[in-house]
Design a protein around this ligand. Sequence first.
Ligand code: AMP
Ligand code: MG
Length: 496
Amino acid sequence: MRFGFDNTFARLPERFFARVLPTKVATPALVALNREVAALLGLDPDALASPEGLLALSGNAPPEDADPIALAYAGHQFGSFVRLGDGRAILLGEIVGKDGQRRDVQLKGAGRTPFSRGGDGRAALGPVLREYVVSEAMAALGIPTTRALAAVTTGEPVFREETLPGAILARVAKSHLRVGTFELLAARDDREGLEVLVGHAIERHYPARAEDARARGAPLARALLEGVIEAQASLVARWLGVGFVHGVMNTDNMSISGETIDYGPCAFLDAYEPNKKFSSIDVGGRYAYANQPRIAVWNLARLAEALLPLLAPEEDEAVRVATELLEGFMPAFQTAHLAVLRAKLGLSEAEAEDVQLAADLLGRMAANEVDFTIFFRRLTELAEAPDDGAKEERAAALFAEPAAFRTWAETWRLRLAREAQSSASRAAAMRLANPAFIPRNHRVEEALQAARHDDFAPFEALVRVLRRPHEDQPESAHLAEPPRPEERVERTFCGT
Ligand code: AMP
Ligand code: MG
């Protein structure tokens, strides 16, 4: 079987990776296949679902044109520098899709590599399906993300705190280059390697910036850093707009392309709580919901440090450039976040007070433990007929103190009245900014538990519904509901 690979990273210097084949598994079985992603890659979904396809997706017989490698990288994990590398993921190769986009195809959980250290190189079924469902939901929400091509079980157990079924995720990404990829070369004092990597990354992810920098005789590293800062500012703003908490924003989990990558202990807010964290290992709340912009800048400062020798000929000048670019993150984030909030509030024009209007609402939501997703959906319904008292009460009822909403809604209505757009077009736009369905943690856990007992129906139902997150889908209304107190899942475990 051939995938039509066109590999570029595997032709870069050997010190960037290790050539390693996936380790064969006992009895692979296909549990999920993403036909949409297969089509994006120009792969025949039926061929992937065939016995030969299963051999490729499980790593038992990689496609003939694959050039399997494990990438070398480092990372700051919870603030500490560590040399890492793909310890259980193997990149099969790159495919240029029908849309002209180049994408990596990687098998996560494909066996040990030279970077595995103490690990078994494997993944458990639960985290594989979690990444599958959450990344597909993110894609449907229009948020840049890696995608899932397929999930297979291996027929072998993995040993964690308990014995679990083993699985492999075939993951697709614009690339697997991370902040940590650059940090590793910097730690090795490999200036030449850094230059090669900068050239590769910028041509791949920010070609227009590369062209512009060349025309101006500006350093490519600077243009790359600028591009990553802008992409991450926009990404984190969009995460906040849907209540997403990544959970483990280490620099090895921050993509150069600006895609969400590495769904471990991630979760979505139910009630709006800015300090919310779910990850069992994030003891101090470093990666809590509202801390994500600050952590993004911290991570980007590590990227800037790694690129320092390439930012300017003199160190002082390089530090000045890095500082200036990093200082651009927060304004870029705030602009992107305000755009997200305006869309959620149904505002198509910009007014200076919008910042205050949004902040006031969020403060009231936090104080009243209001469900983030349901509230904005009810606000959308109210926006269709802003003077409909019953609709106002449906939104107000979400607040412990309903008057807290009514007071705010008065200001909001006055603000809407200053807009030119009709209620109908406003409501249509709000629907797209305010999903009805997000991957609620208790529903994800429920689906994973069922899958563990060979019942994949809840997982499939969840994926199906989350593919159309902005549609009402009354037959699946229960999946939009917040958890009852006894259903709440407050802790997520790292995806190994
Ligand atoms: P993650 O938290 O999934 O981003 O993983 C952090 C690092 O640990 C990465 O370099 C992984 O490749 C490595 N790792 C995670 N789980 C395993 C495992 N089961 N075997 C080997 N390496 C692993
Ligand atoms: Mg990772």
